[in-house]
Design a protein around this ligand. Structure first.
Ligand SMILES: O=P(O)(O)OC[C@H]1O[C@@H](O)[C@H](O)[C@@H](O)[C@@H]1O
Ligand SMILES: [Mg+2]
Length: 213
């Protein structure tokens, strides 16, 4: 029986995927690196460092240069985050979080972002979460299952009693590898491996998921 919902953050709770794109674009411009929306699609769900490795492609940089580039990107990203408010919670998500709390189904965050806690705070959603697993919680980022296993452990729920909500191919893969059911948000080509697929957050049907669980 479903005892916990584990949510990714970026692209699920709020559309910060766009802000990541803008911050990486600025860095790529300054560093004269090729960066496109196609490349950005590959960054969904993976860590800041894994993202930069993809953007660098065959351009070699020293570890200290890489550390500085990640810091510069994050500074731009944090600046962009100043603009987000409760209105940036994606459609249907607040209602879903409230319904899960009413049904006493645990609500956990599992994000690769090291800014996740601060973003939830800005959105006023911290009180609706029983636990948070973020970019500081585990070493290996998605598609490794680690962050979802850590999240379920935080609330003492077995993997097969968890539902994951993800927008990234890497995230869907991580949830499935963790032994969990997955709701995928986005096109079949990206999240087709999920147990349920919806085009957007407003289409998540909790009653149907719980009935089919
Ligand atoms: O740079 P941050 O905030 O730690 O985020 C790390 C990753 O967090 C993931 O949730 C995003 O989908 C990625 O695009 C991002 O790179
Ligand atoms: Mg995501």
């Amino acid at each position: 029986m479903c005892k916990a919902f584990i949510f990714d953050l970026d692209g699920v709770i709020t559309d910060t995927a766009e802000l990541h794109f803008q911050a990486w674009s600025k860095l790529a411009l300054e560093e004269n690196l090729v960066f496109t929306r196609e490349i950005n699609e590959q960054l969904r769900g993976i860590s800041r460092r894994d993202s930069l490795d993809i953007i660098l492609a065959e351009n070699v940089r020293s570890e200290s240069q890489i550390a500085k580039m990640m810091e510069r990107k994050n500074d731009v990203y944090l600046d962009l985050l100043n603009s987000i408010t409760k209105d940036d919670i994606l459609p249907g998500i607040l209602e879903l979080l409230l319904e899960l709390n009413a049904r006493q189904i645990k609500v956990v965050l599992a994000s690769a972002s090291r800014n996740a806690r601060g973003i939830l705070l800005r959105l006023g959603l911290i009180p609706l979460f029983d636990a948070i697993a973020d970019g500081w919680s585990v070493e290996r980022s998605k598609p490794a299952p680690d962050v979802f296993i850590h999240a379920a452990g935080q609330v003492g729920v077995n993997a097969n009693d968890c539902v994951v909500v993800e927008d990234a191919q890497a995230g869907v893969e991580a949830g499935k590898t963790a032994g969990m059911k997955v709701i995928g948000i986005g096109p079949e080509s990206r999240v087709g491996a999920a147990d349920w697929r919806v085009d957007d957050t407003a289409a998540i049907n909790l009653k149907q998921v719980l009935e089919q669980f």
